[in-house]
Design a protein around this ligand. Structure first.
Ligand code: PMP
Ligand code: GLN
Length: 383
């Protein structure tokens, strides 16, 4: 994404969504839902606009959303947050990640340890912050890290261990030993844990466990989430960071000069969403699990080998059984050959490791059932 000359290229998501638009293909590339979220949340945004909530909100976020984030974390994870000190609203998880990394990274000798493949903004922001990215591979088909690899990656140079759980693009949900090792290593090497949990409610097998709830984790962890996935409103860009007040203040210090504030009318709407009954939050995981199963069956019937994700919007498939040797070329051709867009996994890995992921493709399951069925039948017909 960031060239050796420091230039920044268009993201893979922009490129592949443009390809979908140009070819009329079904877009199973970029992860966004093709249906609106809960009516209460949409209505709350309309009401806020009608009621004049249209100017700059406070720098930390509107008090009602800060309280709603704290209540939500208490309800689902038993975490007690001081809404005025331990919570910060950001322009999506993307800004939260950028502001957190820019705040924490001190200089070019600092290292950020991250699992790979990883969400594309991580490497870009680490490069913008001028630090070094150290990656720990997640391998097909279960995408759990090898703990020895993780131990080798974390050293006294590690400033941040950046964890994304549930994981984009692999769909992995990390086991307890992984979470525990992350905390142990962060304590031993005095690193900060930054955890991206935007898919916290999109889990299929077990409830999500935030790293911040582990013993020893809270004082060194910044947790990030967003309303985009949970409330099917990816364009609203209301995210938040939670953690100890001194760390959150450091993020605020950077955030105020990135966007200052954002989304005044969407903030009360996301607060409304965070207060929806438990059944809503369980329901979105169940609905998406059924779509994951539908997509997985379709991909297998079309000849792919398929990994079974435990969370997130995504399913990873191996196109090698279809004769593919280069997923990027395969994905460029797929819209023309089958009328479907997907993302090559090589887009999420550092160049040195692309060989290991050369035939893997990421498909998004967060689409309407009829869209997934149509994609499956197109892929089967294309063989
Ligand atoms: N992290 C991960 C892992 C994501 O998948 C996404 C959404 N694509 C983001 C962060 C960005 O979230 P937001 O839209 O809230 O900025
Ligand atoms: N999170 C989505 C994905 O991984 C889209 C992100 C984006 O477009 N930047 O597909």
């Amino acid at each position: 994404l960031v060239g050796s000359d420091g230039s920044i290229h268009p993201t893979i998501f922009a490129e592949m969504s443009a390809l979908a638009a140009r070819t009329g293909a079904i877009n199973l590339g970029q992860g966004f839902p093709d249906e609106d979220g809960p009516t209460e949340v949409l209505e709350a945004a309309r009401a806020a606009i009608a009621n004049g909530v249209n100017q700059y909100p406070p720098g930390r976020g509107i008090p009602d959303l800060l309280v709603a984030v704290a209540e939500h974390q208490h309800r689902f994870y038993g975490v007690t947050l001081d809404p005025e000190r331990d919570v910060l609203v950001t322009a999506g998880a993307t800004e939260a990640l950028a502001a957190a990394l820019l705040a924490l990274i001190g200089g070019p000798d600092d290292e950020v340890v991250v699992f790979e493949p990883h969400y594309d903004s991580y490497a870009a922001v680490v490069a913008l912050a001028g630090a070094r990215l150290v990656t720990v591979p997640l391998r097909w088909p279960d995408f759990q890290p090898d703990l020895d690899d993780l131990r080798r990656a974390v050293t006294d140079r590690t400033r941040v261990i950046l964890v994304n759980d549930p994981h984009n693009p692999t769909g992995a949900v990390f086991g307890a030993p992984v979470r525990e090792e992350v905390v142990r290593l962060a304590e031993r090497h005095d690193a900060i844990i930054v955890t991206d949990e935007v898919y916290e409610h999109l889990v299929f097998d077990a409830l999500h466990v935030p790293i911040a709830t582990l013993p020893g984790a809270w004082e060194r962890t910044l947790s990030i989430s967003s309303g985009g996935k949970t409330f099917s409103a990816t364009g609203w860009k209301i995210g938040w960071v939670t953690g100890p007040a001194d760390l959150v203040d450091a993020v605020l210090a950077v955030k105020q000069f990135l966007t200052y504030v954002n989304g005044s009318a969407f903030q009360p709407a996301i607060a409304t969403g965070l207060r929806l009954p438990d059944a809503f939050f369980l329901g979105i995981g169940e609905t998406l699990a059924a779509k994951r199963d539908l997509l997985g069956r379709g991909l297998r019937a079309a000849g792919f080998a398929v990994s079974t994700p435990s969370g997130s919007y995504f399913t990873v498939a191996d196109a090698a059984p279809l004769g593919a040797t280069d997923a990027a070329a395969f994905c460029r051709e797929l819209p023309h050959r089958a009328g479907v867009v997907a993302i090559p996994m090589t887009a999420f890995v550092t160049p040195e490791r692309r060989g290991e992921y050369a035939t893997l493709v990421r498909f998004a399951a967060c689409k309407r059932v009829e869209v997934l069925e149509e994609a499956a039948s197109r892929l089967a017909a294309a063989g």
